[in-house]
Design a protein around this ligand. Structure first.
Ligand code: AMP
Ligand code: ZN
Length: 665
């Protein structure tokens, strides 16, 4: 094949897989296969610069040359939106519309209002040609190079019609938390919120750095001269077909009553989303009506934003408790005069750390404003200084641990204070045991906080290994523990011995060694002994393990008590080696995909069952898949794909019978 053709073909394939991976969440090839093709393309492009294309998939990594962000006039003005806060506002708005439109049939398209940064993307002849910030609505900054690094923005589309498409660039909550975790590990301060981080990111001078930020773009509006669709909903569908990422929560509402239902639904559900929204945008659906309504100097008359209230309450600070976490980190929590906020009575609110207390300038007995953010615990956002009582004193952060009275330490550059008396400080011991038995760790259920507390009080457990010496009789001797619960608890303790090495390592609660880090380590080392024997220089060679984690591991293993504990746990039979012990080869390396939920078994246990019987698991269907095990609510795209590729589709019971799997293994 000639080289130009080869380059074009690779670009097409990579664009397609990029879309499958980032927009549809349905990867069809492995990351490894993707990287191989990308490398091949990079090589060819280097060799044949005459076939350069600014929209090649290789351009996603960004350049480290400085961006200069020229101001450019938008093809079509980027308007703002009128705000509304009540149903009455919306009824007013509809009445104004009715004066201009002679039809009883005004229907709406409701969309969530993402709280990020809006951008306008111009496509010419199927290519992303430029991307601008909103700026003042007339002129925006040219951030094309930065936007190209965002994988949910297509660089090429099938449609050859020219248009601008508007979208919101955001960082999802889970990505934001991960980003902050990484920063903490590197000793950097946390970012405040996803919105500001997203807007800061798209204005970074260095595009390569932008490509490292977990930015996503959701499209919500198309403007152009030769558009073929007749409604907002059709335009969203068109955008989706062209490979844009859209929120599928949009809804056609045939009247305001249906709009109100949509508002109520999302007002309640908004905190369960993985991204931040600050309201809903209601748009007149028909473009014909939109054109008749037109614009004011600032807003379209055919759309309005309904803003959710961030309810605030004011209350009096009564006292501050200091809570001790599992790692000894101290969190100040304010006790407040009870007050109603968003329908619940609030008595406590988090103050995060001593820096936050200084920042809001908190005094004893102050009146404070509280808000409910995405988190369950409300936070204190500011102080009403007008109401401050004469002669009151600034809050002084505690110097000693509220539990064991040790002097606290604060490391330069970190926000948190710590109690370092890890071995004798009760809440830390309680915390480490609760961590050890938690679902993602050893998964011992039937152990409420109260039970652990009582076992500790009665000296029945002092550390993890004691858990394995508990008997039914000992447990039953605790108040409020029946025989049946005791038997279940013992079963669950015994089962926990099957947890794989990486979960055992995570359960130990070594500082900074979370779930992901444990997995990474267990990919590299095969046993705890191998890990214990590694030197600092060797540990930091492990993928994504930095100085902080390495120091923490070294410290942990330098402590005789910890080594003694590990040896005891080994004797008890916990897995301190990675080789996934297969107990049969009944599945003969067959490749399995599971989809849906199962009445008979939970997904993790099913995965485990496949692995210990010698099967291989993958998350997506490919021509290499042998079996799809389907449960309730199997993913329709997985099912379709399996049918197309002739993959055998079986139920859980067929799986058990066919392979003669023993469920007691
Ligand atoms: P405002 O910034 O309050 O004037 O609101 C207008 C902004 O809302 C737009 O510039 C977009 O950035 C943002 N927005 C978020 N989601 C949508 C949506 N579905 N439709 C229109 N605008 C949206
Ligand atoms: Zn303490």
């Amino acid at each position: 094949m000639d080289n130009h053709k080869k380059i074009l073909e690779l670009r097409n394939i990579l664009h397609e897989h990029n879309h499958l991976y980032y927009v549809k969440n349905e990867p069809k090839i492995s990351d490894y296969e993707f990287d191989l093709m990308l490398n091949e393309l990079e090589k060819l492009e280097l060799e044949y610069p005459e076939f350069d294309d600014p929209n090649s998939p290789t351009k996603r990594v960004g350049s480290s040359l400085s961006n200069d962000f020229k101001a450019i006039t938008h093809n079509f003005q980027m308007y703002s939106l009128e705000n509304s806060y009540s149903r009455a506002d919306l009824i007013d708005w509809e009445n104004r519309i009715r004066k201009k439109i002679d039809s009883s049939q005004i229907s709406y398209c409701c969309e969530l209002k993402l709280d990020g940064v809006s951008v306008s993307l111009s496509y010419k002849n199927g290519d992303l040609f430029q991307g601008l910030t909103r700026g003042d609505g007339v002129n925006g900054d040219d951030v094309t190079e930065n936007l190209k690094t965002i994988k949910t923005i297509p660089l090429k589309i099938d449609s050859k019609i020219d248009f601008d498409i508007r979208g919101e660039v955001i960082i999802e909550k889970s990505d934001f938390d991960k980003l902050n975790e990484k920063r903490v590990l590197k000793g950097e301060s946390k970012y405040m919120n996803p919105r500001n981080t997203a807007s800061g990111s798209i204005k970074l001078i260095n595009s390569r750095e932008v490509s490292q930020r977990p930015l996503k773009c959701y499209a919500f509006q198309i403007v152009g001269n030769d558009l073929s669709f007749r409604s907002q909903i059709e335009s969203l569908k068109f955008a989706e077909e062209q490979g844009f990422n859209i929120l599928d929560s949009y809804k056609f509402c045939k009247n305001l009553d249906e709009v109100f239902e949509f508002l109520d639904y999302w007002e309640n559900k908004k905190n369960s989303l993985n991204f931040e929204i600050d309201g809903v945008v209601v748009k007149v659906n028909k473009l014909e009506f939109q054109n008749q309504l037109g614009y004011t100097s600032k807003f379209p008359r055919w759309a309005i934003a309904y803003k959710f209230k961030t309810e605030q309450a004011i209350s009096k600070l009564l006292s501050i408790d200091y809570q001790v976490g599992r790692t000894g980190a101290i969190t100040p929590v304010a006790n407040l005069q009870p007050v109603l906020l968003n329908g619940t009575i609030v008595k406590r609110a988090s103050l995060h750390n001593s820096d936050q207390i200084k920042k809001i300038d908190l005094y004893e007995n102050d009146f404070v404003f509280i808000e409910k953010g995405g988190e369950i615990i409300p936070k204190i956002v500011s102080v009403d200084k007008q109401k401050r009582i004469n002669n009151s004193k600034p809050v002084v952060f505690t110097k000693t641990c509220p539990s064991c009275k040790s002097i606290l330490t604060k490391v330069e550059g970190e926000a948190q204070h710590y109690c370092l008396n890890h071995k004798n400080c009760h809440p830390q011991i309680l915390g480490t045991i609760k961590h050890f038995i938690s679902r993602k760790a050893m998964n011992i259920d039937g152990f409420g906080t109260e039970t652990v507390d009582r076992l500790l009080e009665n000296n029945m457990i002092k550390n993890f290994s004691d858990i394995y010496y508990l008997t039914k009789e000992k447990i039953c001797s605790l108040e409020r523990m029946g025989e049946k619960s005791a038997i279940n608890l013992i079963d669950s303790i015994i089962n926990s011995k099957n947890q794989p090495f990486h979960k055992v390592l995570y359960s130990l609660g070594i500082r900074y060694v979370g779930e992901t880090v444990s997995k990474k380590i267990c990919k590299e080392v095969r046993s705890i002994d191998e890990l214990i024997n590694l030197k600092y220089d060797q540990i930091i060679l492990i993928d994504e393990i930095g100085e902080k984690i390495a120091h923490s591991l070294i410290n942990y293993f330098n402590d005789e008590d910890n080594i003694r504990l590990i040896n005891e746990l080994k004797l008890i039979g916990l897995n301190f080696e990675s080789n996934n012990q297969t107990i049969s080869s009944k599945l003969d390396s067959g490749k399995f995909v599971i989809s849906g939920t199962f009445e008979e078994i939970d997904r993790n246990s099913l995965k485990n069952l496949i692995e210990i019987n010698g099967g291989k698991l993958s998350s997506s269907i490919s021509s290499k898949t042998d079996f799809l095990i389907k449960g309730e609510n199997v993913g329709p795209s997985k099912l379709k794909k399996a049918q197309q590729l002739g993959v055998k589709i079986i139920s859980f019971s067929e799986f058990i019978n066919y392979f003669k799997i023993d469920l007691n293994d």
